[in-house]
Design a protein around this ligand. Structure first.
Ligand SMILES: [Zn+2]
Length: 252
């Protein structure tokens, strides 16, 4: 099975920039409830329609020196950065996973990348991404090991329930929303992929990483105010990715 052409490691890496290009459009339009079509269509500055030549991932941006070909204004690094990140996800996955699960791992990584960016920018985790991720995780778990699939289903339910209860308690105590239902659905997806036995590791890795980032920010002089909402989604995404690739933390 692993010697089939379509499971070669380099294929998802080559697909990376194109997937990244799509993700760039997705993370821009999904929170704005705009229709997601396959390519962005106009220069944001001069509104000039962009043709296929302008939309080759990474290449067009590099060839134009990061500027629009029509009005010469800078296009920003958002699109090339997410295209590079998508390549990075595929390359990282290919180092750890082989065979058809490589594609499943890339799909997980690319979806988590989109979720992390959307939550960072808009403080939402769209159902359009979290819910399919729950289903995909359960299907992949079943295909990998049908006997273990029940544990993954329990993980999905337990993941949702745990953060849902936490969110309700937090809201009662602090009188404001801390964790959203989006976090609970993302944690359900984590449970579907890493099984119930991986959930504790996901929470631990996510919390420690979030804490380190908050500490570093406060050392750099950017203090967190009590009203500021820090998205937890990006940390849950990173932690889910790490636990999926390398397994739960070992204690003792
Ligand atoms: Zn332009």
């Amino acid at each position: 099975m692993t010697d089939l052409f379509w499971t070669d490691w380099w294929l998802p890496v080559v697909a990376g920039p194109f997937v990244g290009s799509f993700l760039g459009v997705l993370v821009t339009r999904l929170p704005a409830a705009e229709p997601v079509i396959v390519s962005r269509s106009r220069c944001p500055h001069c509104n000039h329609p962009l043709g296929p030549r302008d939309l080759v991932p990474l290449v067009s941006w590099l060839a134009g020196g990061g500027r629009c070909r029509y009005c010469s204004r800078p296009l920003g690094v958002f699109y090339p950065a997410i295209e590079l990140a998508a390549v990075g996800v595929a390359g990282w996955a290919a180092l750890v996973v082989a065979g058809w699960p490589l594609w499943a791992t890339c799909a997980l990584g690319w979806t988590l990348l989109a979720l992390a960016i959307i939550d960072q920018r808009h403080l939402v985790l769209p159902d359009e991404l979290t819910l399919p991720l729950v289903g995909a995780g359960l299907i992949v778990a079943y295909l990998l090991d049908a006997d273990a699939a029940v544990g993954h289903a329990i993980g999905a339910v337990a993941g949702f329930a745990a953060l849902f209860v936490l969110a309700v308690v937090y809201e009662r105590v602090r009188k404001r929303e801390g964790l959203g239902l989006g976090d609970a659905k993302l944690f359900a997806a984590a449970g579907a992929w890493v099984s119930w036995s991986g959930l504790a590791s996901v929470v631990l890795v996510a919390s420690v990483t979030a804490l380190v980032v908050v500490l570093v920010r406060s050392v750099l002089g950017r203090r967190i105010t009590a009203d500021e909402r820090i998205p937890f989604g990006p940390y849950l995404c990173l932690a889910t990715w790490l636990v999926w690739l390398y397994g739960p933390l070992m204690f003792g």
